[in-house]
Design a protein around this ligand. Structure first.
Ligand SMILES: C[S@@+](CC[C@H](N)C(=O)[O-])C[C@H]1O[C@@H](n2cnc3c(N)ncnc32)[C@H](O)[C@@H]1O
Length: 375
């Protein structure tokens, strides 16, 4: 829970963000309208909807923050009008359709926190015909970066201080999307528009945008910065543009070059960015000037493949892991009669070596029951 407190105070404290969402809500919400607050966290966007006259809000969040939201609404006397649902929006069914869906899944680059897929799914299943969304669209911007701090993130695994057996991870870490609070001095090529994402568009599954950057000074080109200019609703826009006095001061995305390179003022650097509507993978290429080889990066190349990923292969027969068997065993003891203490006692009696210690078994049983049981 302390993680949720630390995370959500950051969102609530971003300069100007709350006021922008309030203005956007006022621009589109009709009195008594119903709203769905997607990834509601502690429920602040839904709270703004209620304060602006919404009849009811459905708040959905898959993290512990939903329990804070529930508590907040109860203490504020709004529990009757703010209904909390614990779980993923993708797995949630609402008992009624709503007039407004709202969320701040805008991430650092606009699209990089899954907003396109989340809004698309919610729009299809939760929104009344003619209903409204906040936000409505994203304008994506890119610029060239020359920054020791950004390079230190991308090249962290190549440092002397890192023991040699780990240094090969440098190759992977050049394929990570980082976040960084950039200052104007960090930019070596001026911002240009990259592309537009209409969040009401249900047809585009794959986005590919290209831009040409021009170096404004000589120096080392470390990668590409990406940020958003997001249309919330009405005439209200929200940006994290590091050059704008109106920025909400959320960090920007930094997409490194696999190899930094030198540029002169006026040099042109080609950039292309590709991503899908339904996952978080980002691929980018950087074409340095003067015919140097094109650099191709992708977050896919930094993904660590775990045994869980093999499960997705369609032709492999599957068996339960040790943890899977243990989980199934615990759940099989839940019969609507036994208490948690009785279930724990039964598991300890019937499978005493399920885990190395009795304490570990008790913890495991508690966590399985907490995840899968209702009172
Ligand atoms: C950026 S925070 C925004 C919180 C709050 N709406 C605000 O604007 O301050 C995103 C929240 O969405 C939740 N989340 C992410 N993906 C989700 C999903 N598919 N279903 C439900 N909640 C999700 C996270 O747990 C997190 O609390």
């Amino acid at each position: 829970m302390s993680d949720a407190l630390a995370e959500h105070i950051e969102y609530l404290s971003l300069p100007g963000r709350n006021a922008l969402f309030r203005r956007a809500i006022a621009a589109v919400l009709k009195p008594g309208g119903l709203a769905a607050d997607l990834g509601c966290g502690v429920g602040v966007l839904g709270l703004f909807c209620l304060e602006a006259g919404a009849g009811k809000v459905w708040g959905i969040d898959s993290s512990d923050a939903i329990h804070l939201a529930r508590e907040v609404m109860t203490k504020a006397g709004m529990a009757g009008r703010y209904k909390c649902i614990s779980g993923s929006t993708f797995r949630t069914e609402l008992p009624e359709q709503v007039d407004l869906i709202i969320c701040d899944h805008v991430g650092f680059f606009g699209f990089d926190y899954g907003i396109i897929g989340m809004m698309r799914d919610a729009r299809r299943r939760f929104l009344k015909p003619g209903g409204t969304m906040i936000p409505q669209s994203l304008d994506l911007m890119v610029a060239g970066v020359s920054s020791d701090a950004c390079l230190a993130k991308a090249a962290g695994w190549a440092q002397e201080i890192v023991p040699p057996p780990y240094r090969w991870l440098d190759e992977l870490s050049r394929n990570v999307r980082y976040s960084h609070q950039l200052s104007p001095d960090d930019l070596i090529a001026a911002p240009v528009a990259l592309g537009h994402v209409d969040l009401a568009d249900t047809n585009t599954d794959f986005y590919r945008f290209e831009a040409m950057l021009t170096a404004t000074r000589a120096g080392r080109f470390d990668g590409v910065a990406g940020w958003f200019d997001c249309h919330l609703a009405g005439d209200v826009r929200m940006t994290n543009n590091p050059l704008s006095p109106d920025s909400i001061q959320r960090s920007q995305a930094f997409l490194p070059a696999s190899q930094s390179f030198a540029v002169e003022a006026g040099d042109q650097i080609g950039v292309s960015i590709r991503f899908r509507a339904d996952d978080m993978m980002i691929s980018w290429t950087i074409q340095p000037p003067h015919g140097a080889p094109r650099q191709q990066m992708s977050t896919f190349k930094s993904t660590v493949i775990s045994p869980a990923d093999l499960v997705k292969q369609p032709d492999r027969a599957l068996a339960l892991s040790h943890e899977g068997k243990a989980r199934a065993f615990v759940l099989a003891q839940v019969d609507g009669e036994r208490t948690g203490a009785a279930i724990t006692a039964k598991v300890l009696a019937e499978w005493p070596d399920m885990l190395p210690t009795e304490e570990a078994i008790r913890d495991f049983v508690t966590s399985v029951l907490a995840h899968h049981c209702a009172l």
